[in-house]
Design a protein around this ligand. Sequence first.
Ligand code: GLY
Length: 311
Amino acid sequence: MREGRPGEDALTGSFGSGPARWSIVVHGGAGDVAAERIPLHVQGCERAVTEGARVLASGGSALDAVQRAVEVLEDDPIFNAGTGACLNTDGHIELDASIMEGTDLRAGAVCALPPFKNPIAIARQLMDRSAHVLLAAEGAARFAIEHGFARADEATMITESARKRLEAAKNKHAVEGWAGGTVGAVARDAQGRVASATSTGGMVNKLAGRVGDSPILGAGTYADDGAGACSTTGLGEAMMRICLAKTAVEWMRARLSPEMAARAALALMHARTSGTGGAILVSADGSLGLARTTPMMTWAAVVDGALVSGS
Ligand code: GLY
């Protein structure tokens, strides 16, 4: 397999030289980031994947690793997830997130969640402490508070850049509804378990209550130890219609490499919906791959102990 590199070659990529004992890759969202800001996005991905890799290196689970990596991305205000999430048409934050493990297909997800710092941790708590998979809006907030999470002061999570982006969308200076900067992670641990996690603020200027692909299993997130795991980013309305994450995982089950599975799923989505986006994948043997049909998607991976990153 060839190494992924920034630039043209990173339209698709595979990492490592064969099956890996453990491996992890994160994305900072498919979108169109100004060239001068791309290094900041890549560095944010590197910090997140390093934290996730630390969990795996110390014998932790793929599930804990993807949660930790996504928490780091949610805390970084440069990304459209957690702090820094984009604003809906009323100027408020509504958050979507999901997490899934591939051994027993357990999962948790929250959608249209009012401001909380780490929606992915609430999704994980739902998976671990309830009989449900997906909670929405105030019901999700009530569950979070009952399980020890503090509701955030929205002002501390709204960035100047998110405000400007909403203003630009309302003034038609930006692509209305563009969903960039969603974050995600997929990993395989040394026990051969895979997991996936995805978190987002959704689309700028979205209607209140709009839910995208990120909290929908099979669209934004999927994991199955028998095939691999996938986290996606891009236009949620297209990704839900094609079940992008599950489609990509099924291509891996059919023995496509992670890179080829990502390419095939994104090509199908574009052919059937015109939607664009990106996907990161880990196969059952720990091979990593990614693809995008957008101008860029920042990412970072650790495989065989080596850190690689790009956009
Ligand atoms: N992919 C993120 C969203 O559309 O909400």
